[in-house]
Design a protein around this ligand. Structure first.
Ligand SMILES: Nc1ncnc2c1ncn2[C@@H]1O[C@H](COP(=O)(O)OP(=O)(O)OP(=O)(O)O)[C@@H](O)[C@H]1O
Ligand SMILES: Cc1cn([C@H]2C[C@H](O)[C@@H](COP(=O)(O)O)O2)c(=O)[nH]c1=O
Length: 209
């Protein structure tokens, strides 16, 4: 059986950067690595990016943004395909799967949008828990600095408010899901990478001896 590692955190926390570095580290050790992300690049992920993420006109149906419930179901549908078509087969083949976001994002973000956490956990119950989740914890003001070019100015305050709630939710989830390990995302990129490698060696390699 392979190893399943997930990077989580608010927008701009450094997930993609660390996921790429960790994938390289495993490849240099001779492992077969699958580097993936959610929303995916499949038709489901593309639909989400058009309907949910751009904040654009396509996300407006009958004059209103799509409902929070529909949003959560879209992320879960994308995840079901991700799990069945890529994650599970790759793990069965003994590969290392590294995902930039997973169901923990649904719990943190859709909970912040007002949906019930238990409903969200049940909705995503089909998704196997990761072996290790690296939560890159970052203050929102640093996150905004890092993604400033991408923020939607007109909704800037809403974005800050949401990101604050998401960060709090992630920290609460870390108390509930024992596979989540918190790392300070303010540190330099290389130091964070070293901390993640130390966690992988301790939490995964040790456990499998
Ligand atoms: N430890 C760090 N210190 C300073 N800047 C960083 C650090 N890690 C990443 N960055 C920079 O922050 C920006 C966002 O990084 P990255 O895309 O990896 O974050 P992300 O969590 O994947 O973002 P998003 O969720 O919004 O896609 C990039 O410009 C990246 O170079
Ligand atoms: C998987 C997932 C993601 N989201 C949100 C979190 C981010 O704001 C975007 C994805 O942006 P990225 O730059 O590609 O990371 O989608 C969410 O609300 N729920 C989810 O399940």
């Amino acid at each position: 059986m392979g190893m399943f590692i997930v990077l989580e955190g608010i927008d701009g926390a450094g997930k993609s950067t660390q996921a790429r570095m960790l994938a390289k580290w495993f490849e240099n050790k001779g492992y077969d690595v699958v580097l993936t992300k959610e929303p995916t690049d499949t038709a489901f992920g593309k639909l989400i990016r058009r309907l949910v993420l751009t904040g654009g006109k396509e996300g407006i149906i009958d004059g209103a943004r799509i409902s929070r419930e529909a949003e959560a179901l879209l992320f879960a549908a994308d995840r079901a395909e991700h799990v069945k078509k890529l994650i599970e087969p790759s793990l069965k083949a003994g590969k290392v799967v590294i995902s930039d976001r997973y169901f923990y994002s649904s719990l943190a973000y859709q909970w912040a949008r007002g949906l019930d956490l238990e409903w969200l956990i049940n909705l995503n119950a089909f998704a196997p828990r990761a072996d290790l989740v690296i939560l890159l914890d970052l203050p929102v003001k640093e996150s905004i600095k890092r993604i400033n070019g991408r923020s939607i100015k007109s909704e800037f305050d809403k974005i800050v408010e949401l990101q604050k709630k998401v960060r709090e939710n992630y920290l609460k989830l870390a108390e509930r899901f024992e596979e989540i390990r918190i790392i300070n995302a303010l540190a330099p990129i290389e130091d964070i990478h070293k901390d993640i490698v130390a966690l992988v060696e301790h939490e995964l390699f040790e456990k499998r001896k």
